[in-house]
Design a protein around this ligand. Structure first.
Ligand code: NAP
Length: 525
């Protein structure tokens, strides 16, 4: 595919109206062509209006038709996997093999959402039949199903340039719900974004859908994102990135004359607690595993375990030594963008200014935007006194917390803000303490892991990738996993409808063979 650099508005390739940019290869500092178009408020308006025009027909596609469209996107993504991974590697410095894996993951997400659409459970079809003879008052016929919200604005993430970006889980789940998508491409990987955007654009055409089902815009600065969030026809927003950016967009959406939901995934340190028996039995193994995962992808993962906490005692030195060894081993590698690299350096300095002591330093950086592996240590009192030590450092750094006793471990656990995940390493004798830690973690995280590390690969029905603020702006929802679709749906009750006028999911004959809640009981007749 020859990149054009154009915006993709419906089926049209739209040239720049507000300047252009080139992609940056963060490994070499080279600028890579072509010139990528920037648009402005006029292009946003065209894209969101088209999405609104597409909404009625697209949101009423039959399950089989919508699922086939999602599968077509999956097939087409796989067909360009080599090209996509090569380009993404040039624009992000991530290895090609890893990016090919991301393409498979992106394609798999579309296929899984196709299954969700075919199963139809997301509609939550519910029927409370009329009870004309009920005393003292008859009951009218009530039927409920979920309907799509409307056009959704999606901000592509920078750190997983394929599976969390243009063809990521947000796009797959919004399209599965029946919502047209207007995608704000991240400027960190414009060519990768165009490739994926064109795959989806072509699939829209080939599936015979309204062209407004998908558009991709790009702009300089905040104006384009603000115009998207402000657009009166936009009905929801998803975002993955910084807390500052996410909250600016969240507040903006709440200040609209008609506020709309913003599902922002922002920041998480994913604390890992090692309880005493596990520490004594497996200190070294846990330290090495923790170190490997914290430094994976140059520490640029939302589920990067950043803070390791343990009570001083047998095994603590093994844990510490293993972490330090891992840090010494892992070479500095190119970070995703110069901006992310600068913010890594700033946040490391913040940690040092807050009293953290460096205990291990990885190999020296070679290139300008390489992130150097680093480990720091503090004691429990410091973490309790200094909130900055409990904040994310996006990059390859680790903070080890030396605690005096379990009481202090519980106290520190209570001090964390909302998290995407938390991990406990335990052995049988730790179970009573783990049971005390559990409710503290449940209040603060969307995922609790035992004797493993939370990694983002699994996209399943039980996956939750969300959590209390500031992990996300709405802890009731997930951005990864099959229930991510719920962000884009709302319930509607149909009362006393003639059968022929009801949505097919609620008709007496159950033409789609759905499992439905009939008078409170699951039924498929
Ligand atoms: P970001 O700066 O928050 O930007 C994300 C996207 O939102 C970009 O497209 C950006 O557009 C747009 N944006 C941000 N603030 C905006 C505003 N006020 N108004 C309108 N649009 C706005 O995130 P990033 O560039 O991906 O990375 C920066 C930092 O975010 C990282 O250092 C890291 O701390 C954090 N991050 C966290 C995660 C996570 O999963 N927890 C993932 C990625 C990044 P422009 O690029 O045009 O400004």
């Amino acid at each position: 595919m020859t990149l054009t650099g154009d915006l993709l508005i419906g089926a049209t390739f739209v040239p720049a109206t507000a300047g252009t940019m080139k992609a940056l290869n963060p490994a070499t500092g080279e600028l890579i062509g072509p010139e990528f178009a920037f648009g402005g408020a006029a292009e946003v308006d065209r894209a969101v209006r088209l999405a609104d025009e597409a909404f009625d027909s697209y949101s009423h596609t039959r399950p089989a038709e919508r699922a086939a469209f999602l599968e077509l996107i999956a097939d087409r993504l796989e067909a360009v996997k080599g090209e996509l991974a090569e380009r993404a590697s040039l624009e992000t410095g991530l290895p090609v093999a890893q990016l090919e894996g991301e393409t498979f993951r992106a394609a798999a997400q579309f296929r899984k959402f196709a299954i969700v659409v075919r199963q139809g459970r997301f509609l939550q079809a519910t029927i409370d039949p009329a009870q004309p003879d009920r005393q003292p008052t008859p009951r009218m016929d009530h039927r409920m199903q979920k309907v799509a919200l409307g056009p959704v604005v999606i901000f592509g993430a920078s750190n997983f340039p394929i599976s969390y970006s243009v063809a990521g889980g947000d796009t797959a789940s919004a399209l599965a719900a029946g919502c047209p998508v207007v995608l704000k491409a991240h400027n960190a990987h414009p060519g990768t974004s165009e490739l994926m955007g064109r795959v989806i654009q072509q699939a829209v055409t080939d599936a015979g859908l309204h062209e407004g089902v998908f558009s991709l815009v790009r702009g300089a600065g905040n104006e384009i994102g603000e115009a998207l969030v402000d657009h009166p026809l936009a009905r929801a927003v998803t975002f993955t990135g910084s807390e500052g950016g996410g909250m600016a967009l969240y507040r903006r959406a709440q200040q609209r004359p008609d506020p709309i939901p913003v599902f922002a995934e922002m920041t998480s340190v994913n604390p890992t607690f090692v309880l005493p028996a596990a520490l004594a039995a497996r200190g070294s193994e846990i330290g090495a595993g923790f170190g490997r995962l914290a430094l994976y992808m140059v520490g640029q993962m939302c589920l990067k375990p950043a803070i390791l906490l343990a009570v001083e005692g047998p095994g603590f030195d093994d844990l510490r030594d293993a972490v330090m060894a891992e840090v010494r081993k892992v070479a500095a590698r190119t970070m995703l963008t110069p901006g992310i690299h600068d913010s890594y350096l700033r946040n490391v300095r913040r940690m040092e200014d807050s009293g953290a002591t460096r205990i291990s330093t990885g190999p020296d950086p070679i290139r300008e935007w390489d992130g150097q592996s680093l480990a720091y240590e503090v004691i429990g009192e410091q973490v309790l006194a200094e909130p900055a030590l409990r904040e994310e450092v996006f990059g390859p750094s680790i903070l080890l917390v030396r605690l005096t006793d379990l009481e202090q471990l519980f106290q520190v656990a209570r001090a964390f803000r909302g998290q995407l995940s938390a991990t406990m390493h335990i052995e049988e004798p730790d179970h009573a303490d783990a049971a005390q830690l559990l409710p503290i973690l449940e209040r603060r995280t969307g995922r609790i892991v035992v004797n493993a590390f939370s990694i983002p690969q699994e996209v399943s029905y039980a996956t939750i990738h969300g959590g209390p603020f500031p992990a996300t702006s709405d802890s009731r929802f997930t951005s990864v996993g099959m229930s991510a679709i719920e962000r884009f749906l709302r319930p509607v009750t149909y009362q006393e409808f003639p059968d022929g006028l009801l949505p097919e999911s609620l008709r007496e004959a159950n033409p789609w063979g759905l499992w439905r809640l009939v008078d409170g009981e699951l039924a498929r007749d």
